[in-house]
Ligand binder design. Sequence first.
Ligand code: FES
Length: 243
Amino acid sequence: MNAKTRRLTVEIFRFNPQDPDATPGTECYEIDESPYMTLYIVLTRIREEMDASLQFDFSCRSAICGSCGMLVNGRPMLACRTLTASLPQHIRLYPLPVFELVGDLSVDTGRWFRNMVQQVEGWIHERAPFDPDAQEERMSDDESLAIYESDRCIECGCCVASCGVANLKPGFAGPAGLNRMARFMMDPRDARDDEAWFDVVSNEDGVFGCIGMMACHDVCPKELPLLEVYAYLRRKTLAAGFR
Ligand code: FES
């Protein structure tokens, strides 16, 4: 073993909610660090070489699919792009809070995001029935860039897990939900005007539920401009309210 190679201690939350006899706890695994080692490599080696029952989620391994969000030493992060070199020798891994636990480090983000999308009706409300012969509608470069920025969300759930309000208040749209509202409010193809959005956005489950701790902004792995998103929503809804 290279003299500089660290021996990592990886402490992992273990619990199978399907097993009535199971109790939540942690297990520690020892593993030699290698160059450019990510937590994806760590967890895969643990599962292949030490404990085949370990549950965790990965798909793309390149920070695109959003499957691998977890608490790394207390902070929501994407495991596939987190290098062990950036972490201390003792690494603690827990599942993301807020979401339903599937087992160990695996959570069901899909159910939360599906409920949120239905709550905010996060899809284009067309102004006219689809006409296959109609010409494509145009939008400005600025509009398209703003929509693209919000659309970069990979729905990993890190922002939701970091949000104090989302942790305490079911029904709060959370950072990802507020971002989704803004994405469709900005879209000129969407039929909803500011007044129509007012009921969805301007309440305690919408932008006025946010108490401004901004952990979401700190942990978003895609560095979405969430502060600008909230400012945009507040300005739009206040203006609509005064009208
Ligand atoms: S595995 Fe897809 S984002 Fe990490």
